[in-house]
Design a binder for this molecule. Structure first.
Ligand code: AMP
Length: 114
């Protein structure tokens, strides 16, 4: 059983500001927002990375569709950015698959300084 922060959040063991919940996904506000809208799409089941969805590609597709729906529900009709950080070089901090949804202003070419 995983004890990462997102597992704790979906188990109700840690508080979060959730804006959407269903049986498969929670969408929460990032605790350290990098844009006016910064949401995290988090699967309820513990997946570490994209390859863990190999037997369940439909769920991964649902995550993308949900991100798009959330973007429109949060007024990001002028566009948004999705980010998936993977591994050390990708800057992944929380070992539980998640998609960052960012928007609400014109985003620069990069969000993270080198
Ligand atoms: P990543 O580098 O892709 O693993 O990003 C993890 C993200 O999770 C960061 O943007 C953090 O600000 C965010 N985060 C970490 N802990 C929490 C939490 N308890 N509630 C909401 N967001 C969190």
């Amino acid at each position: 059983m995983s004890t990462d922060v997102f597992c704790k959040i979906v188990k109700g063991e840690l508080k979060s500001e959730a804006v959407y919940k269903d049986d498969d996904f929670w969408v929460i506000k990032d605790i350290n927002p990098q844009a006016p809208v910064h949401l995290l799409i988090i699967p309820v089941r513990h997946f570490l990375k994209i390859e863990d969805f190999a037997g369940d590609g439909i769920l991964l597709g649902k995550a993308l569709l949900l991100a798009d729906k959330m973007a429109h529900e949060h007024g990001l009709d002028r566009g948004y950015r999705l980010i998936i950080n993977e591994g050390d070089h990708g800057g992944k901090l929380v070992p539980h698959f998640h998609i960052h949804l960012l928007g609400g202003k014109r985003l620069g070419p990069k969000l993270v300084k080198e």
